[in-house]
Write a protein that binds this ligand. Structure first.
Ligand SMILES: Cc1ncc(COP(=O)(O)O)c(C=O)c1O
Length: 357
């Protein structure tokens, strides 16, 4: 790893030089968690990037500011974006496209549903042109998106693929570089510095946090908790951080060895809820009145709680959990959540009956 030491103002000035369309409500707040802090013996904060604004918010609204600027600069008159049908990104992209007055074709991997829920329902309400494609893997979306782009071009339109833009990954990293600056500044107002930052990430968001840490030379441990094995967070965070550093004119190289990430909390796979993830959702909901989601943030919180309980975080340390959003999945996965609650009630009841509790 090579590092550079630049000030927050310098980093902000470098970001300000890049084309951008404002969409998000920034800075997002940081919320102290006094009850969970007491339970866990650390000083726990949540960075509320679920509150970025448009269409229930989430981490993608931030990165769309650069991705949309790129599409507009390219002269696009229609946007194309391919992703999973359950995607939070699809919802936020549709909201952003509407705000900028650009039509959007969503190529969504999934099957038609009689009663769409969660993000897909939001996509329909927001009015994107939804094309559901039944593809074997996530990686097959690439060709499907290229096919739609060709089709639109043949009609004389000027399509822009948001999957293939130069800012797709770099925008996501810029988003968390800026979020890192907000975390440091908002905590400073409470006389604190972050010791550990946990984020749900397959690499892109993680890259920006690592880059900002290296750029500012701050001793912060950054941990990415993956929700999918489709991406290698070590390789991608290192590559994206290095590319984004170059975009900002910073001589920083990040290698996979510099990246702390884990695949340990994915469980049965992308989008499949885990008992520990659901328990983490209940912990935040019941102790702090805060809603996480079963696909990303619940699993990331499960990882963070496990690390804290296992002693990988020193007692009293300041820990920041980046809430990246995704709560519409709570509704889409209501069955798994209700079943978990019922199982839990039964266990509690039988434990009480047995007189062990
Ligand atoms: C709620 C939520 N958290 C985390 C992520 C992961 O973001 P990335 O892998 O781009 O860092 C996503 C993206 O799909 C998301 O929707």
């Amino acid at each position: 790893m090579t590092t550079a030491t630049v000030s927050a103002a310098d980093l902000r000035a470098r970001i300000a030089a890049l084309p951008r369309r404002r969409l998000a409500f920034l800075p997002t707040p940081i919320q102290h968690c006094p009850n969970l802090s007491a339970d866990l013996g650390v000083d726990l904060w949540v960075k509320r990037d679920d509150l970025t604004g448009p269409a229930f918010g989430g981490n993608k609204v931030r990165n769309l500011e650069w991705r949309m600027a790129e599409a507009i600069e390219a002269g696009a008159d229609v946007l194309v974006f391919g992703v999973e049908a359950t995607s939070n990104s699809a919802r936020q992209t549709t909201a952003a496209a509407n705000m900028l007055g650009l039509p959007l074709v969503l190529v969504l991997r999934g099957r038609p549903e009689a009663a769409p829920q969660g993000n897909l329902l939001c996509d329909l309400v927001l009015g994107a042109e939804v094309r559901l494609v039944d593809l074997p893997t996530y990686h097959d979306l690439d060709a499907a998106v290229r096919g739609v782009v060709e089709e639109l071009r043949a009609q004389g339109r000027r399509p822009f693929s948001l999957n293939h833009g130069r800012m797709f990954e770099r925008g996501a990293a810029l988003a968390t570089v800026e979020n890192f600056l907000e975390i440091v500044e908002l905590l400073a107002a409470h006389d604190r510095r972050p010791d550990h930052i946990y984020i749900s990430s397959g690499g892109k968001g993680l890259a920006g946090l690592i880059l900002a840490r290296e750029a500012m030379g701050l001793p912060v441990r950054v941990v990415g908790v993956a929700s999918t094995a489709n991406e290698d967070p070590w390789q991608s965070a290192a590559r994206i951080a290095t590319e984004t550093a170059a975009l900002l004119g910073l001589p920083i190289t990040v290698t996979p060895d510099d990246v702390e990430a884990t695949w340990d909390y994915i469980g049965g796979g992308y989008g499949v809820p885990t008992p520990d993830g659901l328990e983490a959702i209940l912990a935040f909901a019941r102790r702090e009145g805060l809603l996480l989601d079963p696909v990303y943030t619940g699993k990331a919180a499960a990882g963070m709680l496990d690390h804290i309980r296992a002693g990988r975080v020193a007692p009293g340390a300041t820990v920041v959990f980046v809430h990246t959003g995704g709560q519409p999945a709570l509704f889409a996965q209501s069955r798994a959540i209700v079943e978990h609650l019922a199982r839990r009630d039964r266990t509690t009841k039988s434990t009480h009956e047995g007189g062990v509790a």
